[in-house]
Design a protein around this ligand. Structure first.
Ligand code: HEC
Length: 74
């Protein structure tokens, strides 16, 4: 069995997180382009927006990872 994770499993989990991002973070305002902010700035944004969106800690982790993956400094 192929144990490498940076293949289809990775794509699936990023796609899952992207959908979650548009669902949870695109209601009050448009979902901002992850490339608009550095990953450090995203961490600060998520710190307040997780309460706005009522995220569970799992959703917070998934969305934080998604936005930092495509952040301006990446
Ligand atoms: C309940 C409504 C609501 C939800 C849901 C929401 N936001 Fe926001 N968001 C706001 C408001 C209001 C502002 C502007 C005031 C502020 O910055 O607090 C804002 C501002 C922002 C900004 C601009 C910050 C800046 O400094 O320019 C970003 C980026 C952002 N939200 C991301 C998110 C993300 C990511 C999520 C999902 C986790 C999310 N928002 C969910 C209400 C919401």
């Amino acid at each position: 069995m192929d144990k490498r994770l940076l293949t289809s499993d990775f794509k699936k989990s990023v796609a899952y997180a992207e959908n979650l991002y548009y669902e949870r973070c695109g209601t009050c305002h448009r979902a901002y382009d992850p490339r608009n902010y550095s990953s450090e700035k995203w961490m600060a944004i998520m710190e307040s927006m997780k309460f706005q969106a009522g995220l569970t800690s799992l959703e917070n982790m998934q969305i934080s990872r998604f936005v930092s993956l495509f952040a301006a400094d990446k």
